[in-house]
Design a protein around this ligand. Structure first.
Ligand SMILES: [Zn+2]
Length: 219
């Protein structure tokens, strides 16, 4: 999964990039490509994942047995409601999740608000306000293109980012460490502000999480 994501992000930052990797075709063709086709490169770029990730047994388990992991919820669903619950709870859920992920990816590279422009990149990311919450923050995609290494995607208070809320709570609990934010990343000379109201926006900052503090106090 990391290989696929990082190859795509790297390709999108180049001057030229194939339509497959930048969602550059019409929506039907892009949907067919992204949901049904594999990308086989004759000369694939070298891709090295650091040992602490590539040898992490939890990540390896998640990657290798993702299909079997469905059984953990499939069995209770079948016992509770039979085939209809199984179909809705597994098949329909997976189709909606995978299809929704592609659809947001398509729109986030073609339509929507832009706070920054990354000069020289083959494609720009766009923020899709309506999908920011539902996509756990992924739809703040212009922010992601501007600061690809940032754990926070909704960078301003009016950009809801549930993924960040969870990370913030886990950070408060001490479970997550070395969280990177835009201010921790190297300066990018190719990054140019496109929005004219940046001074008026209220930046999101790491916060004390009441629930995490409560759990921390009682454990
Ligand atoms: Zn992107």
């Amino acid at each position: 999964m990391m290989k696929q994501h990082d190859l795509r992000d790297w390709a999108q930052r180049q001057k030229k990039c194939h339509d497959f990797l930048l969602h550059g075709s019409k929506i039907i063709k892009d949907g067919w490509w992204q949901l049904n086709c594999d990308l086989n490169l004759r000369y694939p770029p070298e891709f090295t994942i650091e040992d602490e990730v590539s040898k992490n047994r939890f990540y390896l388990f998640i990657e290798k047995y993702w299909l079997l992991q469905q059984l953990v919820i499939a069995i209770p669903l079948y016992l509770l409601g039979g085939i209809p619950w199984l179909v809705w709870g597994i098949s329909v859920r997976v189709v909606i999740s995978v299809g929704g992920h592609w659809l947001i990816g398509y729109f986030a590279h073609n339509h929507g608000q832009r706070t920054w422009t990354v000069e020289g990149a083959a494609v720009q990311g766009h923020n899709i306000r309506i999908a920011g919450f539902l996509s756990m923050g992924e739809a703040w995609h212009n922010n992601h293109h501007a600061y690809p290494g940032s754990a926070m995607l909704g960078l301003y208070k009016d950009e809801p980012d549930p993924g960040w809320w969870v990370l913030n709570a886990l950070h408060n609990l001490g479970v997550v460490k070395n969280v990177k934010l835009p201010k921790d990343l190297p300066h990018r000379s190719e990054l140019v502000a496109e929005a004219t109201d940046l001074e008026r926006r209220v930046e999101r900052v790491p916060e004390e999480c009441e629930i995490a503090n409560f759990i921390g106090r009682n454990t």
